[in-house]
Structures are given as structure tokens and as C-alpha cells.
Design a binder for this molecule. Structure first.
Ligand code: SAM
Length: 202
């Protein structure tokens, strides 16, 4: 089934890309996680015990809608590009017609990921190469400060991870608990890495 057909099933429009209009080298362009990759993730990782997912750099919201729909999970998407954010809100309106029976909240916030105040309910954080490792470091440190305040297990999900993200996490107290390869590709970066920080490691 094509990506557009999968979008239609959720009542959303998330295909395509969007570059930044001006020269912002630290913020990367919009491009959605493929549905094939999301299916692979969901077949191998069941989000057991997850309280709320945050997609940092959610774009038009594909990951948020998919996880909300499949796992009935609360999801928050943070997006810095105002046009893309508006598209996520339009999608939310049309998605609600299809998914009104799912009580879990789903919301989108316009803003910079590094300025988002991590809530104690947030415990699973999704990244598909939204920004430079410098910004990634700020977000990870915000997560660490939050778990120090409100102790809980947290997971980071990296899709198509950049080597510099992986290197950065080597010096942080996270452990890789799962590596999930997306099938039918020779691209070795087509995978998910799931990092965990357990309560006893805080
Ligand atoms: C590669 S896309 C990923 C979209 C979505 N997470 C997915 O997987 O389908 C990265 C998104 O991050 C957004 N972004 C870039 N820098 C950001 C920042 N500092 N804060 C929030 N969003 C940002 C971009 O506008 C873009 O929509």
C-alpha cells in the first residue's frame, strides 16, 4: 500500500518534505518516518508501560497519529516550523473524525524542542533526525533533569540514527535495549535504536 493510501486510512496528509526557507543549519527538514519503518517498530516494540510519547520535531504528525491509533497512547508532538505545525493541526482535525473513540490525548505544540518543558508524564521520546547533535544534547539534558526531579524509567527511540547522536549517548547513562532493523534495505542506518534509562540508574 502506498504512503498516501496509509495516510488516507488515518485521515491525514503527511507525505512529502519541507525544507527551511532560510539558512537554519541546526534544524533539519521535514521528512516523515516511513510507514514500513513504523510497522517494523511496532511489531518489535510494544510500548509496554509507556505513559506518554513525545515526538521531538513531529512534522505533520505521522508518528504521533500512528502510535496513538495503534497503541491508544497519549502522544505530544513538538514542531518548530509554523507552517508544518499548522498542517499537523489540520491533520488532527481530520484524524479526530476517524479516531474519536480513542480517549488518549493527542496534541501538538509549536516551539523549539530544546525549550519544551518535559512533563513528569513524558517517558518515551522519539527522534527522527530533527536537529543537530548540539540541540539533541540540550534536549537529552532536559530529559535527564526531569528524571532526576521525578524518578521514572524513560526510553529514547532513534530512527535512522546519525553517528553523532550515537556517540553523544555513549557518554550518557542510557543503555541500548533494542536495535530493530527495517527489512528490505541495504542502508545500514535504516533502523531504530531504543535507549533506556532505568529508575535504578538515576
Ligand atoms: C525528519 S523530520 C521528522 C518528522 C517526524 N518526527 C516523523 O518522523 O515523521 C524533523 C522535523 O523536526 C523539525 N525541527 C527541526 N528543528 C526543530 C527544533 N529545534 N524543535 C522542534 N522541531 C524541529 C523539522 O521542522 C521537521 O519537521
Amino acid at each position: 500500500m502506498t504512503e498516501r493510501k496509509r495516510d488516507e486510512l488515518l485521515g491525514i496528509r503527511t507525505a512529502g518534505t519541507r525544507d527551511w526557507n532560510y539558512d537554519i543549519t541546526q534544524y533539519y527538514r521535514y521528512e516523515p518516518t516511513s510507514y514500513e519503518a513504523l510497522d517494523t517498530l511496532s511489531e518489535n516494540y510494544k510500548f509496554d508501560g509507556v505513559n506518554r510519547v513525545v515526538d521531538f520535531g513531529c512534522g505533520r504528525g505521522r508518528v504521533a497519529f500512528y502510535l496513538h491509533n495503534r497503541f491508544r497512547l497519549p502522544v505530544t508532538g513538538i514542531e518548530a516550523n509554523s507552517i508544518t505545525y499548522e498542517e499537523a493541526l489540520e491533520n488532527l482535525t481530520s484524524y479526530r473524525f476517524k479516531a474519536n473513540h480513542i480517549p488518549a490525548p493527542i496534541e501538538f505544540k509549536l516551539g523549539l524542542a530544546q525549550h519544551y518543558t518535559i512533563d513528569k508524564a513524558d517517558d518515551c521520546f522519539y527522534f527522527f533526525n530533527p536537529f543537530s547533535v548540539h540541540i539533541f544534547g540540550k534536549v537529552v539534558n532536559n530529559i535527564l533533569r526531569s528524571v532526576t526531579r521525578d524518578k521514572r524509567m524513560v526510553n529514547l527511540i532513534l530512527y535512522y540514527p546519525f553517528p553523532d547522536y550515537i556517540d553523544y549517548l555513549r557518554i550518557k547513562p542510557f543503555t541500548v535495549v533494542k536495535e530493530i532493523e527495517v527489512p528490505n534495505t541495504i542502508d545500514i542506518r535504516e533502523k531504530f535504536l531504543i535507549y533506556r534509562l532505568s529508575e535504578e540508574d538515576i
